[in-house]
Design a protein. Structure first.
Length: 160
């Protein structure tokens, strides 16, 4: 069974985000081992300078890299990444075990983005869309798409 890790900066503060994630986590338990690793945000001033933003991204990047499991696929989510449709994501998740990878780690950065070092660790940079979404929504969307990918692979009725 594939292990799917989601490393994310920040916690889900609102109950509705936690409930949505919990629902998909429950559904995914039939298909994979899911681990969510929430890391603390680096605080920045109200109106940060470019240097302060760079420092936030650097600090969060180091924290993310320290939590990456050894081996497996790493997929940072970033706006300049590749857009996949649901069947393509499903095929990708099916391919990893065939390549000897038992783990895949998705990374959702903080509000200032991901460091270049984190992006470079990725075997694929993934974009959910060219639009910008709140990080909490991105987590729910990612979980839903992972669930949809497993449903596609298993021939389930969820994907239409």
């Amino acid at each position: 069974m594939l292990t799917v890790n989601i490393i994310c900066i920040g916690k889900l503060k609102e109950e509705y985000w936690r409930s949505a994630c919990a629902e998909y986590e429950k559904r995914l338990s039939s298909f994979c081992r899911l681990r969510t690793i929430e890391l603390s945000e680096t605080r920045a001033p109200e109106h940060p300078s470019p240097a302060q933003i760079a420092q936030v991204v650097e600090n969060e990047g180091k924290l993310i890299l320290s939590k990456l499991p050894s081996g497996g696929a790493v997929i940072p989510l970033c706006i300049e990444g590749k857009e996949l449709n649901s069947p393509e994501l499903s095929a990708l998740l099916e391919q990893y075990p065939l390549e000897g990878k038992s783990e895949v780690t998705f990374i959702i950065g903080g509000s200032c983005g991901l460091s270049d070092a984190v992006k470079q660790r990725g075997s694929l940079r993934l974009s959910m869309s060219r639009m910008t979404f709140p990080h909490q929504m991105a987590r729910v969307m990612l979980l839903e798409q992972i669930y949809r990918a497993f449903q596609i692979a298993s021939g389930g009725k969820y994907h239409k």
